[in-house]
Design a protein. Structure first.
Length: 247
């Protein structure tokens, strides 16, 4: 059989086809593993968003022990530092372009946690235009815990000087609060929509909980390409065999 393959000059095409087939199947298998991971993540998010809220301290203790605390529902209490708002660029399905208003919340122990209070359209970026929502005194927020983002190649650089941010760089955000600021926790709390602040702005509940999940589609595409490669090679090999076999 090997001699026949050599005589028909199919050895190298066969090896190339086998390598391509193995590579495409490996990509399909990788997407199936990603599918399992994504389905687990979606299920975890759905469970956590309806769980009873825990304290920030408990969530951080879990994280210190290696636990995954992303999207953990927490409750925090303290006083807002309204004069230190951070504005994270966002698009809203209803209101269009605007910003997420992230405000430091001073906790009872003196530390700060960044709270994403919610969305405001461009014309309400100036806090003076939504003065009713600049609540003072002791306030309570319930929301989902979020890690810092990683900047991707399609995301612009943050502009702290203009207070325009495009991704959650928590360390850099904390640095803008000043050298005299107390310790800032390494998370952002995405506040829930209710209770709404006076005046209705910012609008909370901005966490995107519907994650894209096309891994099965991608896996079937890779498997389909692997099957197509096999069919094309078989057609090629049969044609080559007929052309080179002895008459």
């Amino acid at each position: 059989m090997l001699r026949a393959i050599r005589e028909t000059r199919l050895l190298w095409p066969c090896l190339a086809a086998l390598a391509g087939f193995a590579f495409l199947v490996a990509l399909g298998n990788w997407q199936m593993r990603r599918l399992d991971w994504k389905q687990g993540l979606i299920g975890s998010i759905a469970e956590r968003q309806h769980a009873a809220p825990v304290t920030l301290a408990l969530a951080e203790e879990r994280a210190s022990l290696g636990g995954d605390v992303e999207y953990t529902r927490v409750k925090v209490e303290g006083q807002l530092q309204n004069d230190r708002e951070i504005h994270l660029y966002a698009l809203d399905d209803k209101y269009g372009p605007g910003f997420h208003v992230i405000a430091p919340l001073r906790l009872d122990d003196g530390t700060l946690v960044l709270v994403n209070r919610g969305f405001v359209p461009n014309d309400l970026k100036d806090a003076g235009r939504r003065a009713a929502g600049q609540v003072t005194g002791e306030v309570t927020f319930t929301g989902l815990l979020r890690h810092a983002d990683e900047q991707t190649m399609f995301v612009p650089a943050n502009d702290p000087g203009r207070n325009i941010w495009y991704w959650r760089d928590i360390d850099a955000m904390a640095a803008t609060l000043g050298a005299d600021a107390p310790r800032v926790h390494k998370y952002v709390v995405d506040a829930e929509a209710e209770p709404a602040p006076p005046g209705g702005w910012p609008k909370g509940g901005v966490t995107r909980l519907e994650l894209p999940n096309r891994h099965l589609e991608y896996a079937l595409t890779w498997y389909g390409l692997a099957g197509t490669l096999v069919a094309v090679f078989i057609a090629f090999a049969v044609t080559r065999w007929r052309q080179t076999r002895p008459k």
